[in-house]
Design a protein around this ligand. Sequence first.
Ligand SMILES: *Cc1c(COP(=O)(O)O)cnc(C)c1O
Length: 471
Amino acid sequence: METGMRNQEPVMTPVQSLQRKAVAEVTAEPPRFKVYTERHLDRIPQLQLLTAEQRFAMRVVARVLPFRVNQYVLDELIDWREVPDDPLFRLVFPQAGMLAEADFDQMADALRSGDDARIQATVADIRHRLNPHPAGQQQLNVPHLDGEPLDGVQHKYRETLLFFPSQGQVCHSYCTFCFRWAQFIGDKDLRFSAREAEHLHRYLQQHPAISDLLVTGGDPMVMKTSHLAAYLEPLLQPDFEHVQTIRIGTKSLSFWPQRYVSDADADDLLRLLEKLVRAGKHVALMAHVNHWRELETPVVREAIRRLRDAGVVIRTQAPLLNHINNDPAVWARMWREQVSLGMVPYYLFVERDTGARHYFEVPLARAWEVYREAMQRVSGLGRTARGPSMSAGPGKVEVQGVTEVAGEKVFVLRFIQARNPDWVQRPFFARYDEKATWLDQLRPAFGESKFFFEDEYAAMCRGEAPVRFTA
Ligand SMILES: *Cc1c(COP(=O)(O)O)cnc(C)c1O
């Protein structure tokens, strides 16, 4: 396929072209962050490669699911010769198959009608059916401060507090599979709020069992360094000594590595992180990496080098996704490259039960196969990733394997994390089901009527059993 967009340039191999661009990026003018959303789909020059029908399909899906892509992803990550099959294209661009056929047709008809009220109603209707808030995120995880529910914070596991700073509630680009897709819809107030910082700090002071703060989003790395500093620098004071680890969940290494290299406050950011490290905090960048191709450009290599120089540990995690990385060779290569770059593989997740799940989901049995085969192909240093792990209501449940016990084919499962810490690391068993894709589709093995945690979890959901550590 013709690339079209580069026809005025001499023919280069893709690698040469990437190298030339990245060298230009590092040495010359810092690239400006430029982003396209659903309203600007027609202004993305590369999309002229697609047929009119493909572009219309994209507009249909982009009305329902969030869409955002930046110039670096367009120019450096996507291989336009492989579109529409390119995994990084599928990672950010809406595809017809991401909506159920009936939903797609309903949305397409509404768009063709040009009737605004009908379009809005259809969008709302379809979104509502896509399980926008999976795993009881909204009801069960909201902590309280001085008796009042606290926004922007989740406390599900005793040791770790999740913090969603309001200016970090977008990303440099959106992933089509994102389980937080619903929070990107509608207008958000992205301003810094001193009250939010104060609440975070008070909550941490009141909970000495919290050893890990996990700043997440969206993507906290879209924030200015000065805002990140307002949250993190106070943690150097003695009353936050129990907060030993500061994790930052981010896709920025993949989508905008310039954040660590050439952005106006990139050096300030690295100095901030280094200051935390020097003061004895473990600073972990929880990098979301779906495919080894995200780690190939010179600018991401430079970003990784600079982060490691600052003393930051980069841990990696991603879900297993059909059409993107449903292949043990992709995971094995990704984990090997991560290890050689000094990154630590952390989790392989099961795609959650929300949004475009039917496009991306993979049966648990297949997920385990991919995990196992990938593990077998890497050295021990690459085997630090746990999984396949489902972040479900009761906790993170890992599929440890498929085997036969007393003549019955079963899944062996365990909690990696749980609402009740006592559930962690107890093996339990589900009837084998070759089609099951999520915990709620599994049934206990050996004729039992429920899993060992079910009664207590149900009581927690009814507000009867204590969610011990948040009280
Ligand atoms: C995964 C997760 C954490 C962190 O758990 P670790 O096992 O410490 O990595 C914290 N909170 C929530 C809601 C999570 O899903």
